[in-house]
Design a protein around this ligand. Structure first.
Ligand code: GLN
Length: 455
């Protein structure tokens, strides 16, 4: 048997060895991890009954607040921000004995699909160091893929857990909106944001979800829905289970080899006894446009709090209050964040609100209704996670539109609020391909069951 201290030390050594190559972390918390591990070992020695996660080293995306530990959102704006409290998800994992080894790199304020929008560093994909790990939770993905943590937390607004999981060959899970408290997750698009999980396998993923999920009084949007013991559903029995395959996800824009790998995966599930049927989610085509009105609108409102006064970056020189706002925000935010604030402010402004924001809300309802209707007939929906395998660093940075298209497969279900996972289903040129399993509202259990049977 291995102690938590031994496990933690071996992970810290591994980090030392590979971190210069992959750049997964913004800050490391070695001392904190060692002390935590010792604490857990003492509890074990005393014979305390602990969670299976107790003493296991993990990593946390740097937009999830950790008490006394810097939380930067990969932004100059929050470069020196030390939260005075833990996010609820962190509080719950700490109670379960989690050993955090560091805070991971990300796209600034979680805006991006490649982790290239970090103000501090570019994370590399451990499968090929010239490629991106996906984003925005790219540091959390690469940390687990490179063996620097056993699992990690990310956040997913429009695909930021599922897409990087796909590009790094991991299991990634985004729960139903409202399943995990958002208290202490620094807001991007509040009606979409959810904390998610990266793990090496489905069982680990289920264990971590179970610890974090459930109603929290600190988040009014967290749902009072019973949290099942997900591990009970991991039984390799998917006989008769109905899988919907939406034809809209296998058209243009998705790589042929990716499509084929996913279709082969679906075929395997059929051989295990699942029933497969083609379905239609007719409003899929409008999802990306809808998202890029709604998410920036919410972001423009959420990021208004970074004014250089209360906390965060403040410009050195200014000659009026307004000038202080302008300079602090101009110097503190990066290009993509500014782009979103401008789009969002425009979409919410008096003359355009009805034409853009309100319209997008209506289309969002149509997209959600597509899923509600589909789930009257099927138990899960399966699609590709990302339209392609990991792309080269720098390949898409000059054109935001091609970057935005990275999320065509993950955005619709995020808008609908239903849970989704990515699970490895093959390779192209030595790079992992992910299959997306989408579940019905609050039915993460069935989604995990299918993922477990598949892996
Ligand atoms: N890539 C999407 C965006 O840039 C999704 C990001 C996310 O889920 N946080 O908005």
């Amino acid at each position: 048997e291995i102690t938590s201290l031994e496990l933690t030390e071996s992970i810290l050594n591994r980090i030392k060895e590979v971190e210069p190559k992959v750049d997964s972390f913004i800050s490391l918390t070695e001392e904190y991890a060692i002390n935590k591990a010792k604490e857990i070992d003492e509890k074990i020695a005393k014979g305390e009954n602990l969670s299976p996660l107790a003493g296991v080293p993990m990593a946390v995306k740097d937009n999830i607040c950790t008490d006394g530990i810097k939380t930067t959102c990969a932004s100059k704006m929050l470069e020196n921000f030390v939260p005075p409290y833990d996010a609820t998800a962190i509080k719950r994992l700490n109670k379960a004995g989690a050993v955090m080894v560091g805070k991971t790199n990300m796209d600034e304020f979680a805006m991006g699909s490649s982790t290239e929008n970090s103000a501090f560093k570019k994370t590399k994909n451990p499968w090929d160091l010239t490629r991106v790990p996906g984003g925005s939770s790219g540091g959390s993905a690469s940390a687990v893929a490179a063996g620097q943590a056993f699992y990690s937390l990310g956040s997913d607004t429009g695909g930021s857990v599922k897409q990087p999981a796909s590009l790094t060959g991991l299991v990634g899970l985004r729960p139903t909106y409202g399943r995990i408290s958002r208290y202490g997750l620094i807001a991007f698009g509040s009606s979409l944001d959810q904390i998610g999980i990266f793990a090496k396998d489905v069982t680990d993923c289920a264990l971590v979800l179970r610890e974090m999920a459930g109603k929290d009084n600190m988040d009014g949007t967290s749902a009072n829905v019973e949290v099942p013991d997900y591990t009970k559903y991991l039984d390799n029995n998917i006989k008769g289970l109905k899988i919907g395959v939406p034809k809209e996800y296998f058209g243009q824009g998705v790589d042929e080899d990716v499509k084929n790998a996913v279709l082969k995966g679906i075929e395997l599930l059929k051989e295990m006894g699942a029933q497969v049927k083609e379905i239609s989610l007719p409003h899929t085509d409008y999802a990306v446009a809808t998202y890029y009105v709604l998410a920036p609108s919410e972001a423009s409102s959420n990021l208004a709090r970074f004014d250089g006064i209360r906390y965060g970056y403040r410009a050195n020189e200014y000659n009026s209050l307004e000038d202080l706002y302008i300079k602090s925000r101009s110097e503190g935010f990066g290009d993509e964040v500014k782009r979103r604030i401008m789009i969002g402010t425009y979409a919410l402004s008096a003359g355009y609100y009805d034409a853009y924001y309100k319209k997008a809300l209506k289309v969002r309802t149509l997209i959600k209704d597509d899923f509600v209707k589909a789930f009257e007939d099927v138990d899960v929906i399966i699609t590709p996670t990302a339209p392609n395998v990991a792309f080269k660093i720098g390949e898409k940075t000059s054109d935001p539109m091609t970057m935005y298209m990275e999320d065509i497969c993950t955005i619709p279900s995020c808008l609908a609020g239903v849970p989704g996972m990515s699970i490895p289903c093959g390779f192209k040129n030595g790079l992992p391909i992910g299959m997306q399993i989408i579940g019905n509202h609050f039915d993460e259990a069935t989604m995990l069951k299918v993922a477990y049977a598949f892996e």
